[in-house]
Design a protein around this ligand. Structure first.
Ligand code: ITT
Length: 194
């Protein structure tokens, strides 16, 4: 089966190709001739993931999946959520984003948060959504240098280290993204593998 991953990140495509195995022909956007920036104008993770996958399906007639992720903080009514990448401004700077979040949370006792990923798959037969999440808390200060984004201030439930203090393998055992990818892969393999 031919399926497109709506990303320009070759690392993501390679990783996903290895998980899916040889019965799938996995392509990226460049492989199908899609050079334009995909629309991502919705107010939810679900909306954005679906918008990107649907755009590729409609314009390139190929089954496609797309992802969107964000950090949701309970005491801030789900902020930064869909705005995670540019929470502190259009410079999209992780340090600025974390500093703003720590400042908004200062004095608030509830530091519960979750990372959430949505993957939308659009095929000729219809649309499927796959969700992965990981619960945890926002630390009082940054810890660790691994990972990216909000990893230094997020500690998953059941652990005493932040995501940025874990190896990539450890993070992948519990991460929102890994959990959503597993659901997608299970579905594709059950539905299309011979
Ligand atoms: P692409 O769309 O190019 O993949 P992006 O930065 O938009 O890049 P995501 O949609 O996966 O990536 O995530 C949006 C933001 O949410 C991301 O920029 C981070 O600030 C935050 N985020 C998502 N997953 C994260 C993770 O595993 N660790 C830390 N921060 C994360």
């Amino acid at each position: 089966m031919k399926v497109c991953f709506a990303t320009n990140n070759p690392h993501k495509i390679k990783e996903m190709g290895a998980i899916l195995g040889p019965s799938f022909l996995l392509t990226g956007l460049a492989d199908i001739g899609c050079a334009e920036e995909l629309p991502e104008t919705q107010s939810t993770l679900e909306g954005n993931a679906l918008q990107k996958a649907q755009y590729v399906f409609d314009h390139y007639q190929v089954a496609c999946f797309a992802d969107d992720s964000g950090l949701e903080v309970e005491a801030l009514n789900g902020e930064p959520g869909v705005d995670s990448a540019h929470y502190a401004g259009k410079q999209r700077n992780a340090e600025d984003n974390m500093n703003l979040l720590l400042q908004k949370l200062s004095g608030l006792p509830n530091r519960k948060a979750q990372f959430r990923t949505i993957i939308a798959l659009v095929e000729p037969t219809g649309v499927m959504l796959f969700e992965g999440s990981v619960q945890g808390e926002i630390l009082m200060e940054k810890r660790g240098i691994g990972g990216f984004g909000y990893d230094p201030i997020f500690q998953p439930e059941g652990y005493t280290r932040s995501f940025a203090e874990m190896s990539m393998e450890e993070k992948n055992e519990v991460s929102h993204r890994a959990r959503a990818v597993k659901k997608l892969v299970d579905y594709l393999q059950q539905t299309y593998s011979r």
